[in-house]
Design a protein around this ligand. Structure first.
Ligand code: MG
Length: 359
């Protein structure tokens, strides 16, 4: 049987390289193209090892990958780059692939309705590559009244709240549970990442945000849960390892990936705590803006600019919350298409830079 062809957008990143590890372990998939931002050395190693003809550098822009997706029409496109740029790529991938594995939350956060419209007009499947949403996909059934997303609380979860403003990038990048890219690791510490995930779940599963509960779960073993109307609760459990949801999305509805490691239940203590609004103010904003795509786009853009400024030492960790709050106050609008969203994204970035200048 012919192998299924795969294009990986963001092949040198955390999800991209883990997807390659999975593909190496299971049969039936051939990576035919990949994109990388700037890590040319790794891109060359990957191209040699996996015999990939097309490796596209995207630091200059995304036009080339968009036209390659149209030309190659892969069976599967894995979208695994951070940022707003993932939205147009996801839309193009839906048009031109049979299955899209979506690891970029921003596409749904900013353009959820555009992604869903594109899916309605095609037979393409979209599968989430996010541990919580992969778990939910496996748990959901008729009669689901409420869902649970868990979170780690990020690297600073045990810090005294008064000390947070002194946190350095090196402190924040030490994630207690998951090994991920820099942007998402900072987003875990502010819990903006979980805000994105609430919006992602709202879009993927058509469940109102008032029915999405988030609890802090330090052990990182329960990824999500559903509460059914007859009183049953189903929780999804397993070691935190992104290769598992990647493999599931690749091989769904089958499970071809073999890992054979499970938590030892006799040693496990599970704990759950409510999320502290003082410690994670930017997280709760996601609930307030859930129905407003202009503000959702601004939430993402302001966060991206603020995180970059924090990582380069320009602002303090706690300023990330301030930048997001102030930009959201200034943004208004009813975007109708991708071009409206692109304008809003640019505007929000400019406003974020202005706010940062005035801090
Ligand atoms: Mg997640």
């Amino acid at each position: 049987m012919d192998k299924r062809t795969v294009v990986i957008v963001g092949i040198t990143g955390s999800i991209g390289t883990q997807a390659l590890e999975v593909i190496q372990k299971i049969n039936g998939f051939q990576v035919i193209a990949g994109t990388y931002h700037s890590n040319q050395k790794l891109a060359e190693q990957i191209a040699n090892k996996f015999k990939i003809d097309k490796m596209i550098r995207t630091s200059e822009g995304y036009d080339e990958i968009i036209s390659q997706i149209e030309k190659l029409r892969p069976d599967i496109t894995i979208v695994a780059i951070p940022g707003f740029a993932s939205l147009p790529i996801t839309l193009k991938a839906i048009e031109n692939s049979n299955r899209v594995l979506l690891a970029s939350k921003e596409a749904l956060v900013c353009g959820g309705w555009l992604v869903k419209n594109a899916l309605k007009n095609s037979s393409t499947e979209l599968l989430p590559v996010d541990s919580e949403h992969s778990a939910l996909m496996q748990l959901l059934e008729d009669g689901t009244e409420k869902i649970l997303l868990t979170c780690s609380g990020g690297a600073l979860r045990d810090w005294n709240i008064d000390g947070l403003h002194d946190a350095k990038p090196t402190d924040v990048l030490r994630h207690p549970v998951w090994n991920m890219g820099h942007k998402i690791t900072v987003d875990s510490a502010t819990m903006v990442n979980k805000g994105f995930e609430v919006l992602e779940a709202y879009e993927l599963f058509n469940i109102d945000v008032s029915k999405i509960e988030v609890l802090l779960h330090k052990e990182g073993l329960i990824h999500a849960g559903v509460f059914l109307k007859d009183g049953t609760m189903k929780l999804h459990m397993g070691f935190p390892d992104m290769k598992v949801p990647i493999a599931y999305a690749l091989t769904y509805p089958k499970r071809d990936y073999s890992k054979m490691e499970w938590p030892d239940l006799s040693l496990v203590n599970l704990s759950f705590y409510p999320v502290d609004a003082k410690r994670y103010p930017a997280f709760f904003l996601a609930y307030e803006i859930a129905k407003d795509y202009a503000k959702r786009t601004a939430y993402n853009a302001a966060d991206e600019v603020a995180v970059e400024s924090f990582l380069s030492g320009k602002i303090k960790f706690t300023d990330i919350n301030k930048v997001i709050e102030r930009v959201l106050e200034k943004i208004d609008g009813t975007p109708r298409d991708l071009s409206d969203l692109t304008q809003l994204d640019k505007l929000a970035r400019r406003l974020a830079l202005e706010v940062i200048e005035c801090l």
